[in-house]
Design a protein around this ligand. Sequence first.
Ligand SMILES: *Cc1c(COP(=O)(O)O)cnc(C)c1O
Length: 451
Amino acid sequence: MRYVSTRGEAPAQRFSKILLEGLAPDGGLYVPEEFPRISLAELRSKDYRELAKSILACFMDDIPSLPGIVERTYTKENFQSEEITPLRTLEPGFHILGLSNGPTLAFKDLALQLLGGLFESELQRQDTSLNILGATSGDTGSAAEYAMRGRKNISVFMLSPHGRMSAFQRAQMYALQEANIHNLAVEGTFDDCQDLVKQVNADAPFKERYRIGAVNSINWARIAAQVVYYFKGYFSATADNDQEVSFAVPSGNFGNIYAGYVARCMGLPIRRLILATNENDVLEEFFRSGRYRPRGGAQATSSPSMDISRASNLERYVFELLERDGAALKRLFQKEEFELLVSRQGFAAGRSTHADRIATIRAVHGRYGVTIDPHTADGVKVGLEHREPGVPLVCLETAQPAKFAETIREALGRDPARPAGFEDLERRPQRFEVLPPDAGAVKRIIARCAG
Ligand SMILES: *Cc1c(COP(=O)(O)O)cnc(C)c1O
């Protein structure tokens, strides 16, 4: 399997080459030269680890250590159950796929725990080191840091918007004491953080000298890891391989739902991918009308991990809409905004507000006795609006309610249950450095602390 850039001006590469890079040298995102087709009949009976090995082998065919990494990653110890992503049926045809049982209680653990193993193995094989530079609106940062903490030859520099994450999210990241973890709190928004990452990466000599790598959702290994649970969720929700299923996906950077699109390209019978946004509804507008209008900054909401105004992975999907014309894609993304009048078949979209979120958390708790987090609530709200008779609806649970106590209190009048091991989280000592939204400041810290 080789990977090509969405901007069409970078040479095709094998997986082991793109694993440790972020953007392609032409500024595009890597995608597989073609999507592998896969036999559902052979996969249905497999457990999570076997399923992951089969699917990931298509994308990572030059990583000999892959089976061992998968075995060590998707364990009961790491994800609380042998199922890894258990399906909960609220009523016949309406399910929640539990993706948030990993060490940081958000779905990003499913990809990042694997990435940690892949990075360590490849860096060792290539006898080199890496400085990971990332931006987070909350969950990516902690999931990346937990995946990389204490690993050899890896340092993490994680930019987060100062004062815009929940106390729980902040504590999860800032309380890590490992010397290879560096928390940089930027006086700005998540978009500012993402821009800083882009600016540092645009300085090619700096990037090469300090071996800058990425873990944000543009990394193809993360997309590939996420493809696995669409298959698992499909098999759990159906009795045979003819049944179509729709997935509702709380979306921000378009990484999670794009993995669902890839699963469908590989042959999984997904009827609709139902995209849910919060008040930051750039993606909802795009899927409804074809107009893509990223606005200035993202608005802070009570589903903060979706507070994104420019979704980096959308470029991968637009690449397919343009029938893989890299030059046309480049022209499009150089504009402030654009309109694409081609069919966005197989997608539905909707938005959810704070009031919707609260009402949905309340309704699901009242009707089914299940507490869902604010992001999952956005997905459930929009998913139910697009539910069709005879088509099972699988809503992806992207985080545990314990991470967002304030909103749960507002909805249910009490605190969410705390999973074991998290009782004293906010009281642990925190390590972080505040800095202005300035690429020079970020570079100086990397130069000082790089591994
Ligand atoms: C990251 C995240 C999302 C958004 O996922 P994308 O892949 O960026 O679209 C939704 N919910 C939670 C809890 C998240 O952490």
